[in-house]
Design a protein around this ligand. Structure first.
Ligand code: SAH
Ligand code: SF4
Length: 367
């Protein structure tokens, strides 16, 4: 191992150059040392309990047209669906019975009043059917302050909104002209101000993205004082404008996975006490990708609760795993994967990040 890397891994505070050096590692021994350091910080700061967030992929209707995403408005090959209220409640009951601490409602973006009311009703019902026990995270894109407030009042307390990249110029190349980086940033600030536990993140390995961009993303997360991070490798989808952006995907996907794992490790080392998700996109590249994510410093997993009949409709990227597994199978398989690496599942707990608790001096996170 290069002495320079050894030195950086002993530091408590990392500079921008340090972040870049760590993200650029290619040597397997150095990479192993990076993951080891991140894992030690994870053990110290958040422990080795993995928290489950049951994921409901509510709808693939979307008003946006992001160039990377398989369910973008412009993709006419997709059959659109929206789950019914009862279907969502059924999935939520499963999560509650299985003692997941919380659920995530994710969907393509819609801002119409009918949708806003639908979500408001859903949040209220989830609270009811779970005796107020299930935590509720929303991941429903950019909304007005009034909408975010209505959903918060109804009982949602966490919100995931990825900035996708903190480089405004790069953001522009990944979205049509009517998508606005500043608006997304402002939405994050609004969520924070309203009292949500805010999660953000980026796609890793985007076309045109440099290592310096990724280092700036890590600094951005810290500056925004977020409680949760959800990041994953960019994976091309065949029916999108970025389909051919990584030629020879099969040859490059291993690199793409390793870069994403290094990013998780670096975020753990730099931000220390936040929750970091080991996302499904990691598993789309390697069967054991999510375990690798946990070993690189992540501590959250989002088991899919979506009914199998809808899963094929929610393909943001190609090769999405577990398309034919129902929620029970997902849950059993995940628990085995977690115990296999010597960690445990934090059943029945919200599992708020220590960062959120210390930042807000809040005591509403634990039941
Ligand atoms: N519509 C909401 C939530 C659903 S999309 C929103 O955009 O916030 C959730 C995430 O999927 C996006 O934030 C994006 O980071 C990720 N995603 C979309 N297409 C992807 C791709 N091709 N590869 C990897 N991640 C992708
Ligand atoms: Fe819609 Fe989200 Fe996909 Fe963009 S990333 S097209 S907002 S679902």
């Amino acid at each position: 191992m290069r002495p320079a890397i050894e030195k950086i891994l002993q530091k408590d505070e990392l500079s921008r150059d340090d972040l870049i050096t760590l993200l650029d590692i290619t040597d397997p021994a150095e990479e192993a040392a990076l993951f080891k350091r991140a894992y030690a910080i994870k053990q110290r700061e958040v422990g080795t309990k993995v928290y489950f967030r049951g994921l409901v992929e509510l709808s693939n209707l979307c008003i946006k047209n992001c160039f990377y995403c398989g369910i973008r408005r412009g993709n006419t090959a997709v059959t659109r669906y929206t789950m019914s209220e009862d279907e969502v409640v059924e999935a939520v009951r499963f999560a509650h019975a299985a003692r997941y601490g919380s659920v995530v409602i994710q969907s393509g973006e819609r801002q119409d009043e009918e949708f806003v009311c639908f979500i408001e009703r859903l949040v209220t019902r989830i609270k009811e059917v779970s005796n107020n026990e299930l935590g509720i995270t929303l991941s429903l894109g950019e909304q007005s302050e009034a909408t975010y407030r209505r959903w918060y009042v109804a009982g949602a307390h966490r919100y995931l909104l990825r900035i996708e990249t903190s480089n405004a110029a790069l953001y522009k190349t990944l979205h049509p002209d009517d998508h606005d980086f500043e608006a997304r940033l402002e939405a994050l600030r609004t969520l924070y101000r309203l009292g949500y536990q805010v999660g953000t993140g980026v796609m890793i390995g985007l076309p045109g993205q440099t290592t310096a961009d990724l280092a700036d993303d890590v600094a951005f997360f810290k500056k925004m004082d977020v409680a949760m991070i959800g990041m994953g490798p960019f994976i091309p989808h065949h029916d999108t404008p970025l389909a051919a952006s990584i030629p020879d995907w099969q040859e490059h996907k291993e690199q793409q996975l390793r870069r994403a794992l290094r990013m998780i490790a670096v975020v753990r080392i730099h931000l220390k006490d936040v929750n970091i998700a080991s996302t499904t996109a990691l598993q789309a590249i390697d069967e054991t990708g999510r375990e690798m994510g946990l070993l690189a410093g992540a501590n959250i997993i989002m088991p899919n609760l979506t009914d199998t009949s809808y899963r094929t409709g929610y393909q943001l990227y190609d090769d999405k795993p577990c398309m034919d597994e129902n929620a029970t199978m997902c849950s059993a398989c995940l628990e085995r994967r977690i115990t296999d690496i010597g960690e445990t599942v934090g059943y029945g707990q919200w599992g708020d990040s220590p960062h959120f608790k210390s930042a807000k001096k809040s005591n509403n996170g634990e039941k």
